[in-house]
Structure formats: C-alpha cells, structure tokens
Design a protein around this ligand. Sequence first.
Ligand SMILES: C[S@@+](CC[C@H](N)C(=O)[O-])C[C@H]1O[C@@H](n2cnc3c(N)ncnc32)[C@H](O)[C@@H]1O
Length: 293
Amino acid sequence: MSNNSWGGQWTEIKLDAFIKYVRAYLTIMKKYPYWQTIYFDGFAGVGQRVRDRQGQQILDLWEGEIPEDIDVYKGASKRVLEEKDLSFDYYYFIDKDKENISSLEQIANNTNHISRNRIIIREDDCNAQLTKLASALSKKKLAALIFLDPFGMQIIWDSIQQLKKTRSDIWILIPSGVSINRLLPKNGKTKSKKVLEGFFGLSYDEIHNHFYAKREDLTLFGQITNEEKIENPIDKIISLYQIQLKKIWTYCSHEPLILYNSKKAPIFHLIFASNNEKALKIANQIISKRQRK
Ligand SMILES: C[S@@+](CC[C@H](N)C(=O)[O-])C[C@H]1O[C@@H](n2cnc3c(N)ncnc32)[C@H](O)[C@@H]1O
C-alpha cells in the first residue's frame, strides 16, 4: 500500500473518500424508496481552522490531539448538504460546541434545495444521540449512513453497540497513531484504563493482553518476567477494533484508509462497517483507489 497520502492533505483525502461513498449510497438507496434514509453526523463540526489564537496546536488527550497541517477546509456537513442530485430524507448534525451549532444552523438555513425541516441540528454528546438513533432505526423502516469523525476517543463502544441489527452503514475515524497509541506506554502502566475500556468495549486485562507480551530476563537474582509493548501497536489497534466492529456489523473494511501526517507517520484510520456486502465492496474500492493516489 502506498503511503504518499500524507501531510496537509489528510483531511481532504478523508472527506473526498467519504463523499464518494455518500454519492454511491444515495444512488443505490434510490432503488429502495420504501426505506427512508438518514444521514447522521455525530461530530459534525463545520470545517475551519484548528489552531488557538496564539497559533499553537491544541493538545488534549481526551478531546484528542489536533494534528498538524490542518488548515481552512470545507467540512463534511457542508459537503453533504451541497450534494444536489440526490438527497437523504433526513439529516442529523450533532455537535457539543455551541458556536459550531450556530454555524451549522446558518449552513442549513442557506441550503435551499433541502427543506429546512429535514435538517435536524442538535447540541449534544454524540453518544447520547446514537442511543436515540439506534432506537429509531430498530422501530421504523429507516436506513442510516453514519459518519463519526472525532479527533479523539470520544466514541463510546456501548453507544455504537446499540446499532447491532439495524440498517446502518458507518464510517469511523480511529485516532490510531495519536490518542490511542499514546495511552499505551512502553512500560504497560497506563493511567487511562477507563478510557481504553470505554473505547474498545473490553476489560482492561483483555486490552492489555493484546498490546503487551511477557519477556523472561535473566538477572543476577535469577529469571524474572518483564513485559514489553508489542511491535506495530498501530496495526494491532486497528485489528482489535475490526474484531470488535465485526461483533456489530457483518462486514468491515479489511484495509481501512490510512491517513498520514507530513512525516509519513499514520495518525488516523478511516474504517467502514455495514451489514451489506455490496456496500463493503464499494467502500473498499473507494479506499483502495484513494490510498493508491
Ligand atoms: C474533528 S471535528 C469534526 C470535523 C468534521 N467532520 C468536518 O468535516 O469538519 C470534531 C467535532 O466534534 C465535536 N465534538 C467533540 N466531542 C464531541 C462529543 N462527545 N459529541 C459531539 N460532538 C463532539 C467538536 O466540537 C468538533 O466540532
């Protein structure tokens, strides 16, 4: 797999791949008019810049480290609403930030080709709204395309688990090379057990066993057992998350879209999951084409 999709382009690469899928999804769903479609963006944002007033990168382990090289860009919310040929029956945009909510409202008010009452904007935690979405999907003939695009580890496993057996296709951004890997120190003594448990939906012991191996060292006092972090932890983060996703959806992308920073280090993986094999095939094609560019 080529790794030349790095640097300032990573946001553009991510959104370009996603929008291609949105178009394919709407084209297919047009053939099934008895399904009402929902677009659900759980971390809607509005694009824009992500540096503080002093021009410093903002860093917060829980919110997620905001990686370098992000500049002004058009967010997914605007891109999805600008799609004119085909549209969803309902759009849900969720964000915790008041300012983003009012910007989203402005974008929605200026979108003339979609009736305003089909665009729902909520200032809330994505996890709380996912619970509501899952409940609606299980009761009605609704199909959802879900986009979860946080910088950090805000997606709680229990909230996406509720989507099991629903007609849902999901794209999730995993902060593999940033937040998650940094919560797994070399010495195996993390201070963030709860965050890791909430994210992977596993007990800390299970998570620990995936990332640390026992090593026997001979010392003056005899043989002692030490622990060391496995090689390629980022690959392991993704394979563990894939195992978990397959407990909810039948299919998930075997090779997610890898997003690199300017030093060519992987920072995020964009992963797709669905109960529909054809949907997986389309997502895989989009990913592999985008990764090769
Ligand atoms: C990476 S940005 C989203 C980028 C957006 N998809 C785009 O294309 O521009 C993450 C957004 O999630 C919001 N956010 C952070 N934690 C959240 C949570 N727990 N629930 C909902 N929104 C959250 C932030 O305010 C921010 O606007």
